[in-house]
Ligand binder design. Structure first.
Ligand SMILES: [Zn+2]
Length: 225
C-alpha cells in the first residue's frame, strides 16, 4: 500500500501583475509518496538566495528537510524526486537532497527560456537527471504522466494502490480544485496561448484515469472529480 502526505512548504505573495494576485497568498505544496522501496517526492518548493524572487514574491519558505521531518520522513529515505515542472516554486529545493530527479526533455528545453525560472534552482546535474517520456513507471504503483499545458514538459504522478483507490498528484495541471472540477484551466495558466488546448487535453487525461482524489500544488483541497 502506498501512502501520500502533503508537505506545506510555505507561501508566496503574488505581485499585482500576476493573474492570481487577487486570490491572496499562494500556498506552495509538495507531496511525499511512501512506497515499498522508499519515498518518492513530487516537487520541492521555493529555494533561497534569489534577490529577484525575494523582492517580487516575498516568499515565506519552509525548509524541505524540516517539512519531511515533521511528516516523520527521514530525508535519506527519499529515493527519487520528480518536478511537476521547473518554475521556481516547484524545483527550488532540489539541492536539499541528492536523490535522482525525474523531468522531461521538453521541460528542460523550456527552462532555458528567459524569465522562465531561477536557472540555478532548475539546474539538474547529469548524474541526478532522469528523463521521463510518455507514461514512465518510477516505482511500484507510481507512474509519471505527461500533462503539458501550464508548461511544455509538465508532468503529473499517478499513484495506484493508495488507501481509497488511485490518486493523481496533478501539480499545476490546474490552478485550483474549483477549476479542475469546473471549467478547467484558464488562458492565464497556460504556458502561452498556443498551449491552452494541451492544458485541456491534460485535464481530460487526468479525468480518464478516474482517480479517487487529485492533489494540486497550489491548493490544499483534496479534489474529487
Ligand atoms: Zn508553474
Amino acid at each position: 500500500m502506498n501512502t501520500i502526505v502533503g508537505l506545506d512548504l510555505g507561501s508566496l505573495s503574488l505581485p499585482g501583475w500576476h493573474p492570481r494576485h487577487n486570490d491572496g497568498a499562494c500556498i506552495v505544496r509538495a507531496y511525499a509518496v511512501t512506497h515499498r522501496d522508499g519515498v518518492f517526492l513530487y516537487d520541492t518548493g521555493v529555494g533561497t538566495g534569489s534577490d529577484f524572487i525575494d523582492e517580487v514574491y516575498s516568499p515565506a519558505n519552509i525548509d524541505l528537510v524540516d517539512a519531511l521531518g515533521d511528516a516523520g520522513i527521514d530525508e535519506r529515505d527519499v529515493s527519487a524526486i520528480a518536478n511537476s515542472h521547473l518554475h521556481f516554486d516547484h524545483c527550488g529545493q532540489n539541492h536539499r537532497l541528492d536523490a535522482p530527479i525525474w523531468v522531461r526533455e521538453a521541460e528542460l528545453e523550456a527552462a532555458t527560456g528567459e524569465f522562465y525560472t531561477v536557472p540555478e534552482w532548475a539546474y539538474i546535474s547529469d548524474s541526478r537527471r532522469r528523463l521521463a517520456a510518455g507514461n514512465a513507471i518510477v516505482a511500484e504503483g507510481l507512474t509519471l504522466i505527461e500533462t503539458p499545458g501550464h508548461t511544455p514538459g509538465h508532468q503529473s504522478l499517478l499513484v495506484d494502490d493508495v488507501d481509497g483507490g488511485r490518486v493523481v498528484l496533478g501539480g499545476q495541471v490546474c490552478w485550483s480544485c474549483a477549476e479542475l472540477v469546473g471549467s478547467g484551466p484558464v488562458d492565464a495558466d497556460a504556458h502561452d496561448p498556443t498551449w491552452i488546448e494541451a492544458a485541456y487535453e491534460s485535464v481530460r487525461r487526468v479525468r480518464a484515469l478516474a482517480p479517487a482524489t487529485v492533489w494540486l500544488a497550489h491548493d490544499t483541497s483534496p479534489c474529487q472529480l
